[in-house]
Design a protein around this ligand. Sequence first.
Ligand code: AIR
Length: 145
Amino acid sequence: MVLVEIISGSTSDEDIVGSVEKTLESLGVSFRSHVASAHREPEKVKQIVEASEASVFIGVAGLSAALPGVIASHTLRPVIGVPKDVKLGGMDSLLSIVQMPPKVPVATVGIDNGKNAAFLAAEILGVGDSDVLRRLAEVRGFKQA
Ligand code: AIR
């Protein structure tokens, strides 16, 4: 079963998606990746979210980055947003992702920080998954999970 669903707004986000994937792999967390733009393909985003059984979503997007918020509008599961630096040093994307309206949160990591998105996803999963927690503890150098 896939634990984390990754959605990015464009194939041009592949560098950040790659760091999310690599980090999830190192933590032994299963994932699936999709490209679907909130602005260009809103129905596709909705379909991916509604069909997903994953426990956590990660949305990666630059510019006017609606994607993580749109994912969150379709699910009660946690959504992590990764702002991508395309213009303005990524501040446009960061502010788009972090400024969600009440009741529809997106946990936002730093600009281009796909690695932290993967770690945060693993920490969320680790609350109920002792295998993931053990792996996290090893990687972070904790003696006990
Ligand atoms: N994007 C795609 N649809 C809506 C947005 N905000 C973002 C992508 C990418 C950037 O726009 O996530 O970071 C540029 O996309 P492209 O396809 O033109 O390279």
